[in-house]
Design a protein around this ligand. Structure first.
Ligand code: MN
Length: 233
């Protein structure tokens, strides 16, 4: 058997303190997981079950890389997030066992074409073109659990051109990392290389070409993303 054309390279993210790369299988994102952010998006922050959307694995961008301002939007937003990285496969995982499936944690920035996302939301259409566009998943180096444990409290902050825009605590997550893993794994089988972007706190907002966005999570350092010139589709 031969492929009819060469397959694309395996998408991957950096590993902290290592030259090795972590291969990415899928990227799951929790839609609304901090109460204050749910309110700023015009929703009630209740304990309805979390909902998920996805990004393509090859949307990953390393920390420090410039992301060109993407096409078809006038409202590109940042979203600071804690990312949990699955290292052990599982389905129907219990909350008490969920953390044993985690390989490590990273800082993420869930880049969002907010205008396209909201237009889709209002019409009951899929969010893909608002959320799952090229280079929409900034993922910093993954820190192994053996180095950082399981961060459940501590600051999650975002600055834009040095000004604080998001400032919250991981303890404010509506659904904790073990709860999110358990719920997700009852819907689909999780496998190594699955990334879970756990949601963003309040304070989301727009970026423009030339801006620089820095996300910091206690214990995981910080990652920087410069926004480049507009690119056409
Ligand atoms: Mn998000």
């Amino acid at each position: 058997m031969a492929f009819v054309f060469p397959p694309q390279p395996v998408p991957s993210v950096a590993v902290a303190g290592s030259e090795d790369r972590l291969p990415v299988r899928r990227i799951f994102c929790v839609g609304r997981n901090y109460a204050a952010h749910a309110r700023e998006m015009g929703q009630d922050p209740d304990r309805d079950p979390p909902f998920f959307f996805t990004k393509p694995a090859d949307a990953v961008v390393d920390a420090g890389e410039t992301v060109a301002y993407p096409p078809l939007t006038e409202n590109l937003h940042y979203e600071a997030e804690l990312v949990a990285v699955i290292g052990t496969a599982g389905r129907g995982i219990g909350v008490d066992d969920a953390l044993s499936h985690v390989w490590g944690y990273a800082i993420g920035n869930d880049l969002t074409r907010r205008d396209l996302q909201l237009a889709a939301r209002e019409k009951g259409r899929p969010w893909d073109f608002g959320k799952a566009f090229d280079r929409s998943a900034v993922i910093g180096p993954v820190h192994p659990v053996s180095d950082v444990g399981h961060p459940a409290t501590g600051a999650i902050r975002l600055t834009l051109n040095g000004e604080t825009r998001q400032d919250a605590d991981l303890a404010d997550l509506i659904w904790s990392v073990p709860e999110v893993i358990s719920i997700l794994s009852h819907s689909i089988a999780l496998k190594p290389g699955d990334l879970i972007m756990t949601g963003t706190p309040a304070g989301v907002g727009p970026m423009k070409p030339g801006d620089t966005c820095v996300v910091a999570v206690a214990g995981l350092g910080e990652i920087e993303t410069p926004i480049g010139a507009r690119e056409s589709a």
